[in-house]
Design a protein around this ligand. Structure first.
Ligand code: ADP
Ligand code: ZN
Length: 437
């Protein structure tokens, strides 16, 4: 396979040069950070009062971590490091885990961010002959405008469809010959199910690729989307604190997400001890943004769980690859004392052919015990009025989940298309247990 690079010089830069570039940009970012009251105080405590105090990349570890809570406390302008008049746009996180946080962009910041996304898109083999339907939420969420600008930068014809209304999505695909889409993986599964229900013929659309991200999904979910829709699916990772999309992305080797190390510094830490893990081990991803002047953020604890692959990638890019993000440290549920990640359930159910495209977990209190119910949609070949195979399937799902998480869930089977679908990030867990105060 021949691989194409958007920024060949940077994407294939020898690692020694990459490190020198990181150091130079880290110094620049620290000097911006020192203009904010928050970092001025934080960094002074660590003995850093000017960029000259960063002498090597090892000095990064002297910088304290920044948390989502810090960003919230700095709301609205506490992290702004350029005059307000230099800011041309703001974005906010989706607020999945509480009050959203705000990020500001200068014109230069927008241009760099756009370049990052263009690099990702181009690296999957897209070019200006492509028609790109951006089926993700526009607005304060970074996924919409971020991909929109990146798509235009590559020269693709961009259709700003946003999510929702699948009938309209299919019409747009047919009218304009869409070849590439961007969506959450859960929305792609929904699109596939609606295609079948609405009788849209695969031959009537030209789709060949999708960028899927904004929420965790398993390798089996990727395969399922690829097989059902007959397209290539690329994993896209980003977060508003680090601009949005364009932080890490899969290349055509589709084995891990290249973290753009000329634009970000990535570390993996043990979330309990906050110490770095051994090379290649899993842990929490910590990111430093090297490509933004208006809101510098240093050593941000993403709470996302990943790890670096240590081998080189066949595509020739020198930037390290992150493993598929399995979820967030704060996604973890404690059910009767057992730690359960929603991704563990997804891995089990999406690997089963009899299971349809959607599922949901509900946790409740029953007396003193917690009770986990897993609701799954059944696949297209299962008939809801035939109880014997349904009972067998229910039992099979229950046993497989139990083997994975040690807890025996109650399993409910639902008709395809009957569980709720979200336009933004999928809501996979409903925790109805009373909260201890
Ligand atoms: P919020 O933290 O409010 O959800 P964002 O809208 O900025 O804020 O979403 C970023 C988060 O979305 C990431 O920190 C991560 O948890 C999740 N995410 C984004 N892309 C992926 C992906 N490809 N795989 C897993 N999780 C992802
Ligand atoms: Zn690669």
């Amino acid at each position: 396979m021949s691989y194409q690079y958007w920024d060949p010089e940077f994407e294939t830069m020898p690692r020694g040069e990459l490190a020198a570039l990181q150091l130079q940009k880290l110094k620049e970012t620290v000097s911006y950070a020192l203009r904010t009251a928050f970092y001025k105080e934080r960094l002074a405590k660590a003995g850093i009062t000017g960029p000259g105090d960063i002498k090597s990349l090892a000095d990064l570890r002297r910088i304290p971590y920044t948390t989502k809570q810090d960003l919230r406390e700095g709301f609205p302008y506490g992290f702004l490091s350029v005059p307000r008049e230099e800011v041309v746009r703001l974005h906010a996180s989706s607020g999945t885990t509480g009050i959203p946080t705000t990020i500001y962009f200068s014109k230069k910041d927008i241009a760099l961010w756009t370049g990052n996304v263009a690099r990702c898109i181009y690296g999957t083999g897209c070019n200006k002959t492509d028609v790109f339907q951006n089926m993700i939420t526009y607005g304060l969420f970074t996924g919409g405008l971020g991909f929109h600008a990146g798509g235009e930068e590559v020269g693709m014809l961009v259709i700003p469809s946003g999510p929702g209304n699948t009938a309209r999505q299919f019409r747009l695909m047919q009218d304009f010959g869409t070849t590439v889409v961007h969506a959450t993986p859960s929305f792609l599964l929904h699109v596939e199910a609606r295609m079948r229900e609405e009788g849209v013929k695969r031959e009537s659309i030209k789709l060949r690729k999708a960028f899927a991200g904004a929420e965790p999904y398993s390798e089996d979910t990727r395969k399922r989307i690829e097989e059902l829709l007959r397209i290539d699916v690329y994993n896209s990772y980003g977060l508003s604190e680090m601009n949005g999309p364009g932080v890490a992305f899969e290349c055509q080797a589709k084995n891990g997400l290249h973290l753009w190390e000329d634009r970000y510094i990535g570390e993996i830490i043990n979330p309990d001890t906050l110490e770095p893990v051994e090379d290649g081990e899993a842990g929490e991803l910590v990111l430093t943004c090297l490509c933004r002047e208006a809101t510098p953020i240093l050593r941000y604890r993403t709470r996302d769980l990943s790890g670096f692959y240590t081998e080189a990638c066949p595509c020739g890019r020198t930037h390290r690859r992150l493993r598929r993000i399995t979820g967030r440290t704060d996604d973890m549920l404690i059910i009767n004392g057992v730690n359960v990640f929603p991704s563990q359930i997804e891995e089990v159910v999406m690997a089963m052919k009899e299971v349809g495209n959607n599922y949901l977990m509900v946790v409740e209190k029953e007396g003193v015990l917690d009770r986990l119910t897993v609701k799954v949609e059944v696949g297209k070949n299962i008939f809801m009025d035939d109880t014997r195979p349904l009972n067998a399937l229910r039992e099979k799902i229950r046993q497989t989940i139990q083997a994975s998480i040690t807890i025996s869930p109650r399993v409910e089977l639902h008709e395809g298309g009957s569980l709720p679908v979200s336009e933004g990030k999928a809501k996979r867990v409903i925790d109805n247990r009373p909260r201890d105060i």
